[in-house]
Design a protein around this ligand. Structure first.
Ligand code: IPM
Ligand code: MG
Length: 342
């Protein structure tokens, strides 16, 4: 088989510390060529932009893109004329056409006590957040006008159709479409399109509509109820952080961004954790699980993907706990625990 090229974007904060062990892990799973590129804050420092055209082109040529995290206090600014690390991420998602962000949430039995929620509430939860990733408030017209600032939420029918299809295809029995149709016009269009796509193409799947505030409540009161949640960009951003805590830590949640005709982008849901950067204590598991999604969705290597996931499960079942999970394992120890189970 031809060697797969993986574009690596370690980014900022804990990014490089969790990228290095992930490369070691992937080396066990196949023959990959890794190409590392500056991205985010480090790229702003070196080149004045979070995503340079050269890095964008390199990502486009790769078979898959693996990103750790971007951002940090050094680049925090409210000045709209100064570059921000997050801009690079948004530009890359847009440039690669990655409109579908998949965020699976499956609490592990071994970690039930790490979740702030009661065991009987999270028991049996297995859900997928399908977040629209290239539209909505993130990409609508924004600006300032005197002492006023505005952002706009814009969605077109084709943008809604394609993300909704992704959700129905991922579902076995139920899709929950989350919107704010009691207030927002874009949500009313969203709902109309979901209803039509459901009726015409996926009538065998159950469809329900839940308002976003109510969805936030049900996610922590009855998470088992959900199978696939589909929602627009900003609602999905917020609900996926909330859903992450069902697993006990946002340090466990991977994500896959798909939909373009080029490579997919795989990244943990967590950020760059500048407060613990450089100490060797970051939890690498969400990054390992993102590598598993890369193997599964990016390279169609299902067996290898499942092997990584079960090695992570077993390491946790054996008692592996990093600081975010209430333990004291270092990044190295966590890596060894997973590699030993591979
Ligand atoms: C995420 C992150 C990003 C987002 C930030 C870093 C721009 O929170 O991937 O969820 O809001 O999409
Ligand atoms: Mg987020």
């Amino acid at each position: 088989m031809a060697k797969h090229t993986i574009a690596l974007l370690p980014g900022d904060g804990i990014g490089p510390e969790i990228t290095a062990p992930t490369v070691a892990l992937l080396h066990q799973m196949g023959d990959f060529a890794f190409e590392e590129h500056p991205f985010g804050g480090v790229s702003i420092d070196a080149h004045g932009a979070a995503l340079t055209p050269a890095v964008e082109a390199a990502c486009r040529r790769a078979d898959a893109v693996l990103l750790a995290a971007v951002g940090g206090p050094k680049w925090d600014t409210t000045d709209p004329s100064r570059p921000r690390p997050e801009q690079g991420l948004l530009e890359l998602r847009k440039a690669l056409g990655l409109y579908a962000n998949l965020r699976p949430v499956r609490p592990l039995r071994a970690l039930y006590d790490a979740s702030p929620l009661k065991r009987e509430i999270i028991d049996g939860t297995d859900l997928l957040v399908v977040r629209e990733l290239t539209g909505g408030l993130y990409f609508g017209k924004r600006g300032r006008d005197g002492d006023t600032a505005y952002d706009t939420m814009v969605y077109s029918v084709p943008e809604i159709e394609r993300i909704v299809r992704t959700a129905f295809r991922a579902a076995k029995s139920r899709v929950t479409s989350v919107d704010k149709a009691n207030v927002l016009e874009s949500s009313r269009l969203w709902r109309e399109v979901v209803v039509r796509v459901h009726r015409e193409e996926f009538p065998h799947i159950e469809l329900e509509h839940v308002l976003v505030d109510n969805a936030a409540m049900q996610l922590v009161s009855n998470p088992r109820h959900f199978e696939v949640i589909v929602t627009e960009n900003m609602f999905g951003d917020i609900l996926s952080d909330e859903a992450a805590m069902l697993t006990g830590s946002i340090g466990l949640l991977p994500s896959a961004s798909m939909g373009g005709d080029g490579p997919g982008l795989f990244e943990p849901v967590h950020g760059s954790a500048p407060d613990i950067a450089g100490q060797g204590i970051a939890n690498p598991l969400a990054m390992f699980l993102s590598a598993a999604l890369l193997l599964r969705h990016g390279l169609a290597m299902e067996t290898e993907a499942a092997a990584v996931e079960s090695a992570v499960d077993r390491a946790l079942a054996d008692g592996l706990r990093t600081g975010d999970l209430g333990g004291s394992a270092t990044t190295d120890e966590a890596t060894r625990a997973v590699l030993n189970n591979l």
